[in-house]
Design a protein around this ligand. Structure first.
Ligand code: ATP
Ligand code: MG
Length: 200
């Protein structure tokens, strides 16, 4: 049995907040594999990503490297059009053994929109949901959530991660305003953003 963590996101750009979530989950949930999965065209975002899918994927690669545990998946980016988590996880499950466990991570902010996700119940049958705290967002009421999504019950984990008040939105705004983003994301990503002229 392999334990696989999946962190999806727009990663426009990836930052230390994402990396800390992944590492904390790897450590606490004893993951054998940790997969970062940049989204193709996320439907629930108010704005389209500023960086292209190729650029977002490259920044994730630069940030995490490939170290035997952590991987970067281009599965969503490779698919045309809108991507839905339930379809992604279905496809991903198809590559795994029956006994393998998927731990799908979401921040509290993303969970607030869970009602609007496609086929949430089917998604919850295929993976264990890991809910991560995020600065500025209420702790979810677990009883209330499980009341609405009974399928979440057995696999639900609340993971407390160090509170980093970092967001991709803030990084994009900083670049636009000519302010520093050093230490908010790994140095190779800072350099890449500069070289590609992103977010200006
Ligand atoms: P944006 O500001 O563009 O929405 P973001 O910083 O929220 O970007 P996303 O790519 O939207 O980054 O997030 C991907 C996942 O990582 C989501 O589940 C989100 O809740 C989580 N996440 C992002 N930043 C943090 C953080 N600082 N702490 C905890 N979780 C985070
Ligand atoms: Mg976000």
């Amino acid at each position: 049995m392999t334990r696989i963590g999946v962190l999806g996101g727009t990663f426009d750009p990836i930052h230390l907040g994402h990396l800390v979530v992944g590492e904390e989950a790897r450590d606490r949930l004893e993951l054998d594999r940790l997969v970062f999965m940049p989204a193709g065209s996320p439907r629930l975002k108010e704005h389209a990503p500023l960086a292209s899918a190729v650029q977002r994927l490259e920044m994730v690669r630069l940030a995490v490297g490939d170290n035997g545990v952590t991987e970067v998946s281009s599965q969503e980016v490779d698919r045309e059009g809108s991507t839905y988590t339930v379809d992604t996880i279905t496809e991903f499950r198809g590559q795994l053994a029956e006994s393998d466990q998927i731990y799908f991570m979401v921040g509290m902010d993303a969970l607030e929109q869970f009602d609007r996700w496609k086929e949430p119940d089917r998604l919850l049958r295929m993976c264990n949901l890991v809910v991560v705290n995020r600065v500025g967002h209420q702790r979810v009421d677990v009883n209330d959530f499980v009341g609405r999504f009974p399928q979440a019950g057995p696999g639900l984990t609340l993971l407390t991660v160090p509170r980093l008040e970092i967001s991709s939105t803030d990084i994009r705004n900083r670049v636009r305003d000519g302010r520093s983003i050093k230490y908010l994301t790994p140095a190779p990503v800072v350099d890449y953003i500069g070289l590609e002229g992103l977010y200006r």
